[in-house]
Design a protein around this ligand. Sequence first.
Ligand SMILES: Cc1cc2nc3c(=O)[nH]c(=O)nc-3n(C[C@H](O)[C@H](O)[C@H](O)COP(=O)(O)O)c2cc1C
Length: 191
Amino acid sequence: MKLAELIKERRSIRKCNSRPVEQELVVELLSSAARLQPSIDTGSWRVVYAGTPEANKRLADYMLAQMSQSKLGKLIPGKLLDVFKKRFTDIPAHVIVMSSVGSDRLTNDRNYSAVCGIMQSFQLLGWERGLGMLWDTESMIQHEGFFQGIGLHEDERFVGILHLGYFDKTPRSRKRTPAEQKWTVYQGQVN
Ligand SMILES: Cc1cc2nc3c(=O)[nH]c(=O)nc-3n(C[C@H](O)[C@H](O)[C@H](O)COP(=O)(O)O)c2cc1C
């Protein structure tokens, strides 16, 4: 597939089937994605992979811990929480991505954005092989209990989780803002 087509056709996959995801494929795609981001130091990012039913269940527990313990969460019927939990547990594999906190803001931002670049390339390379993903940064999962559960170090920043799975149906594209609307030709001053 041509790169321009791949970029246009890739979709976030929110509903995957139960076909297992091969860990070897994930490693291969991540290595290829990282190769496209030569500016990043090897020590500036790392990944935690969850791909067994036990690990996925534990991860889902950590993801939903704050929600289930919050005042609002306590009003949510147990059955509904179980439905949420099952949704995450049924996803075949998860790639949790962390970047290193730099000594200053610029280094920090560079590490973070370079890792985002790797994640997007990884999504595209996965799509080329029929593997779908959802990039998850929901505020609901971003809490201390979750960070501890995934083993985030003090000098690390959580970038996101990619939920991975094969899929039966490709979702429709969401509306995009044309790049022209984000475009200003600089003429020496900005209005
Ligand atoms: C940095 C980043 C964070 C995202 N976080 C979430 C998220 O927390 N929840 C979610 O449902 N989708 C998340 N997404 C996926 C986008 O919402 C998705 O790309 C968008 O819906 C467009 O759909 P498409 O990927 O199929 O084109 C995230 C994407 C990016 C790039």
